[in-house]
Design a protein around this ligand. Sequence first.
Ligand code: NAG
Ligand code: NAG
Ligand code: NAG
Ligand code: NAG
Ligand code: NAG
Ligand code: NAG
Length: 419
Amino acid sequence: MLSILSFSLYFALLSNGLSFTHAVSPKIAVAYFAGWHSTNSTPTFSVSDVSWEKYTKLTYAFAVTTEDPGQLSLEGSAGENLPSFVEEAHKHNVSAAISIGGWSGSRFWSTAVGSSKNRTIFVKTITDFVTRYGLDAVDFDWEYPNRQGLGCNTINDNDTANFLEFLKELRLDPVGSQLMLSAAVSITPFSGPDGNPSSDVSEFAKYLNYITLMNYDIWGSWSSAVGPNAPLNDTCAAPANQQGSAVFAVKRWNDAGFPLDQIVLAVATYGHSFSVKKSDAFVNGSSTELAAYPPFNASAFPLGDSWDTSAGTVDFCGVAQNNGGNWDFWAVVEAGLYDQNGKPAQGVPYRFDDCSKTPYVYLEDREIMISFDDPESWAAKGEFISDMGLAGFAIWEAGGDYNDLMLDAIRGTAGFEDN
Ligand SMILES: *[C@@H]1O[C@H](CO)[C@@H](O)[C@H](O)[C@H]1NC(C)=O
Ligand SMILES: *[C@@H]1O[C@H](CO)[C@@H](O)[C@H](O)[C@H]1NC(C)=O
Ligand SMILES: *[C@@H]1O[C@H](CO)[C@@H](O)[C@H](O)[C@H]1NC(C)=O
Ligand SMILES: *[C@@H]1O[C@H](CO)[C@@H](O)[C@H](O)[C@H]1NC(C)=O
Ligand SMILES: *[C@@H]1O[C@H](CO)[C@@H](O)[C@H](O)[C@H]1NC(C)=O
Ligand SMILES: *[C@@H]1O[C@H](CO)[C@@H](O)[C@H](O)[C@H]1NC(C)=O
């Protein structure tokens, strides 16, 4: 099947004057491996639990930035498992990457690239790190250039320009020139000096192999109603509910000059839960049909699954957290809300939103509504990846699935059946 397809594609592209290499360039099937779930968590998801043969690349999360551009830290990421992660990846012919930053680890990204001197030091820090661990790729997860994330990150008007200068310098390095480089980005292009999304990010495409659009956390405890965590589409939603989506993000980045075949869609194995009264959860007069975008109690922070952050945890800014409310797909199945085949369980109030292509379930006894992605959501996202000619998918996170139900769904429609 694949060879027939490649053959006809070859001639189609030849007649368009395009190169053959482009036609067969492999698609990217990547997942983040959250180091902290590989030890001291319930359940654990270790290096030997990864379905290596279904990926082209795995990314270890995270090496975090520190005050000193000369230092990256694996604190909190079970760094002792990084060597076996790389070894296992290479045994399976899979690229091994480190991701730098993350939501909690981007405090000093701005510092690290803030001056010519710091950039030179940071390039050496990264190339030394890569050499020490035998890595093939680096992912830059800066949340976010010239835009506050965690709350206490250093930020600077020139972050985006400094990031580009840093990438140029990294590419001039003999180690850096050989690496597969990616950036995990928000749904709008990197912020310019005025704080608004840049209108032209095409230069980044020369130095990065691809970007990963983090199309999740679009709706959550900070929103005005219960909405989709990771909507595929939102242009089909009511105007007030158009808060971003994969369709929106791809358009914004592509309009700013980033090529479609260098865009990877990131997909989430987790969803968010909300405290919703029965009287709001159901359509009036029904005891089974869930209401769309119902209000929720914004002062109640229901605890999610056993991987969730619980209330009182102090973040890197020194701020005490509420419960995170996150539910991983494995937990949705284990709680009996979905069956072993990844379908909604009989008798559980459920709604599938056709615009975002995401499901909702309701736990009547606890008055909690969960918005998440299921295999059907990921099959739709895979189709979108294929239809748009995107480079592939990136999963946050490898351990969040249940028996590869979601992974198999997206591989099936995005075009990875033959891998
Ligand atoms: C490893 O993957 C590359 C392309 O991704 C392929 O060319 C090569 O044959 C593979 N090697 C093995 C041992 O599977
Ligand atoms: C460069 O790094 C040093 C720490 O070594 C930091 O104090 C300084 O603020 C950084 N420079 C910029 C412009 O961010
Ligand atoms: C940004 O860069 C410009 C030009 O190099 C410089 O004049 C300005 O001081 C920088 N702004 C900040 C906040 O560092
Ligand atoms: C998104 O919604 C718009 C408006 O309904 C529709 O035209 C478009 O085909 C949708 N795209 C996808 C990928 O669902
Ligand atoms: C149910 O009806 C009440 C009163 O008419 C209205 O305020 C509320 O928005 C309705 N709820 C839903 C979910 O339609
Ligand atoms: C919302 O949740 C808070 C915290 O659990 C609770 O004290 C409050 O009574 C709830 N509000 C409503 C309207 O149910």
